[in-house]
Design a protein around this ligand. Structure first.
Ligand code: IMP
Ligand code: MG
Length: 169
C-alpha cells in the first residue's frame, strides 16, 4: 500500500467543502444522505463541520463484492427512511468511479421531488466520461487507481485507516 492522500490534506479539504456547504445552505436545513458503507467516515467528518442545521439518512447499494471492478449491476439494499419531497438533499459518496451508483441514486431521489439535489464526493476518478450532471462538492480528482482508507475498502478491509492509500497488486 502506498500513501496517497494523508490525513492532514483530507482534513483541510473536508473543511473547505464544509465551509462552502455552510455558505450555500445558509438559512436552510439540508438532509445529508450517505451512501453506505464507504461514505460513513467522510459523512461523519463533513456533517460535524458544516455550520447550518442538518438532518442525516443513509442509502445502501449492492457493493462490488470482493472485486475491484463494478459488476455494472446496481441494486438497492437499504432505501431511505426520510421523506425528501421539498427538501434540500446532499448525497454524500466516498468515491465516484464508473458513475453507475450515483446515476442510480440521482434517479431514485429525483423521483421524490426534492427542492434541490446536489452531490458531495470525497474522490472522483478521472476519465469518467458519462456523467451528465455536475458533482458540486468534490474533494479530490484522482487517477484510475484502486484506493483504500478513510471509509474505502478492499474486500471490506482498510476502512478504518486515517489516510488514503493506493492498493498495489
Ligand atoms: P461506481 O458506481 O463505479 O461509480 O462505484 C462507486 C462505488 O464503488 C463507490 O461508492 C465505492 O464504494 C466503490 N469504489 C469505486 N472505486 C473504488 C476504489 O478505488 N476503492 C474502493 N471502493 C471503490
Ligand atoms: Mg460506496
Amino acid at each position: 500500500m502506498k500513501l496517497y492522500i494523508d490525513k492532514k490534506s483530507i482534513e483541510k479539504r473536508v473543511n473547505e467543502l464544509a465551509d462552502r456547504i455552510s455558505k450555500d445552505y445558509k438559512g436552510k436545513v439540508p438532509i445529508f444522505i450517505g451512501v453506505l458503507n464507504g461514505a460513513f467516515v467522510f459523512m461523519s467528518d463533513l456533517v460535524r463541520r458544516v455550520k447550518v442545521d442538518s438532518e442525516i439518512d443513509f442509502l445502501k447499494l449492492s457493493s462490488y463484492g470482493d472485486n475491484k471492478i463494478s459488476s455494472g449491476d446496481v441494486r438497492l439494499l437499504k432505501d431511505l427512511n426520510c421523506p425528501v419531497a421539498n427538501r434540500d438533499i446532499i448525497v454524500v459518496e466516498d468515491i465516484i468511479d464508473s458513475g453507475l451508483s450515483i446515476k442510480y441514486i440521482r434517479n431514485l431521489i429525483a423521483y421524490h421531488k426534492p427542492s434541490s439535489l446536489e452531490f458531495a464526493s470525497l474522490l472522483l476518478k478521472k476519465g469518467l466520461s458519462n456523467l451528465d450532471f455536475k458533482v458540486k462538492y468534490t474533494g479530490f480528482k484522482i487517477p484510475n487507481k484502486f484506493v483504500v482508507g478513510y471509509g474505502l475498502d478492499y474486500a471490506q478491509k482498510y476502512r478504518n485507516l486515517k489516510s488514503i492509500y493506493i492498493l498495489q497488486n
